[in-house]
Design a protein around this ligand. Sequence first.
Ligand code: URA
Length: 207
Amino acid sequence: MLTVVAHPLIQHKLSLMRSVETGVKEFRELAAEVSMLLAYEAMRDLELSPTHLQTPLQEGEFPMLSGKKLALVAILRAGLVMTDGILSLVPAARVGHIGLYRDPLTLKPVAYYNKLPADIAERRVFLTDPMLATGGSAGAAIQFLKDAGAQTIKLMSILAAPEGVAVIEAEHPDVEIVVAAVDERLNDHGYIVPGLGDAGDRIYGTK
Ligand code: URA
């Protein structure tokens, strides 16, 4: 399932991220803010249980988060800034990391680093990858999480290409994809068009 979060604040911040005029510091801050706002939507189905507490005026039952604990998993390196933003909403979440590179011969993603919470199978997982382009890395990371026991996974991206969405929907129909926008297409170099460029380079000021 694909959810495009068309909230005006998200759309405005995304447009600022697209602009070539936006520098590294502002881009990084915007990426974290958009991710936090996306998480607000991605976490709309977290379970609540009535909890007994005392307000300054009277006792009562009030809803508080219950159910599975959360894990944020960043695909290195650009996913890191997203988990940082989301942690400002859910500071107790555990954070995992998956590093992937593309094998030059097979063109398939290969994991070169991973560190996940030991109890990943008992947690709701929010996987962060700002640019869902071909879907190769995200699809491989989702499979990796499933192999590690994860059962409930949502993929959070800032921007997606229709090609990447189609790959994830075909390979992992159980995974909800939450994005700020789906752009026109991928170009011949695998960049999302009109896009925002290379998210990692723009976050870290490399290139
Ligand atoms: N990764 C990026 O950072 N940007 C794109 O447009 C596609 C993949």
